[in-house]
Design a protein around this ligand. Structure first.
Ligand SMILES: C[S@@+](CC[C@H](N)C(=O)[O-])C[C@H]1O[C@@H](n2cnc3c(N)ncnc32)[C@H](O)[C@@H]1O
Length: 245
């Protein structure tokens, strides 16, 4: 208990800029009342974030660490995000909105896009959506697969020379898709922790020219990374904080 409390309070301040620190800082700055996490896994993030009502969604049995903290302020839905949004979200968010969401479930473009679009339906006007794994560093890291194990198998089978055991999937396409198609969202990706996408509801002047996101390849991203992702160096986070204060 003492260890967990120490980690909660000290970790965000003394670690490099990564997802826990980014999420906890935004939660704190916005005095968030409701936090949604899609894809909880071992609870590395879910356990530490403190302050708001936390809602975690993941089809697997909650990890021990997660089970331990579950109560009326730490809720877990053991189901897919699609089922959660159709069966639970409408009444759960009837009288409260999502202030901060972290999307880190199935790492597949269309699913991530659906998770973002579903979250937007219940997001507070000034709410913020964060998305993990938006900036793959190699073709191997960006392998299109429905699980890490599948990605490993593809990397082995197709002899990807740059496979280094890290994997983001094609989450990046959901960012490119929204940057191309939705002018009512302000979107950028922080260049840290595999790329943290940040989305809020604000008119944007982004204008991307490619025709179909579906057919884009990793090479297209490599050649147009800044344009597709609106990639920002990690310290930009502190500029962003000034804007949302
Ligand atoms: C990368 S892990 C999440 C890590 C966690 N957010 C963290 O930062 O430590 C991805 C999780 O997404 C879950 N997942 C897979 N498909 C999902 C779906 N359709 N809806 C919600 N979660 C899903 C997996 O079971 C897995 O636990």
């Amino acid at each position: 208990m003492i260890k967990r409390t120490l980690r909660r309070f000290m970790l965000p301040f003394f670690t490099k800029l990564e997802r826990v620190k980014i999420i906890q800082t935004i939660v704190h700055e916005k005095k968030a009342k409701t936090y949604l996490e899609i894809g909880v896994d071992q609870g590395k993030v879910f356990e530490i974030i403190h302050g708001p009502l936390k809602i975690g969604v993941d089809p697997v049995t909650p990890a021990k660490k997660v089970k331990k903290i579950l109560d009326e302020k730490n809720i877990y839905f053991q189901k897919t995000s699609d089922d959660f949004f159709s069966e639970d979200a409408p009444h759960l968010f009837a009288n409260r909105k999502i202030d901060v969401a972290f999307i880190d479930g199935l790492h597949e473009y269309k699913q991530v896009l659906r998770d973002i679009e579903n979250t937007l339906k219940f997001l507070a006007d000034d709410g913020i959506i964060l998305i993990h794994d938006c900036n793959p560093w190699s073709k191997a890291a960006a392998i299109r697969a429905l699980s890490f194990d599948e990605a490993i198998n593809i990397a082995k089978k197709d002899h990807y020379p740059d496979w280094d055991g890290g994997w983001t999937g094609d989450v990046w396409k959901s960012i490119a898709h929204l940057r191309k198609n939705n002018r009512n969202l302000d979107i950028f990706v922080l260049d840290c922790d595999c790329g943290i996408g940040v989305i809020r509801q604000k008119t944007s002047s982004a204008h991307l020219n490619f025709t179909s996101v579906e057919s884009l390849q990793y090479e297209d991203l490599a050649n147009h990374r800044n344009e597709f992702l609106n990639l920002k160096a990690a310290p930009y986070f502190f500029e962003f904080l000034k804007e949302i204060r």
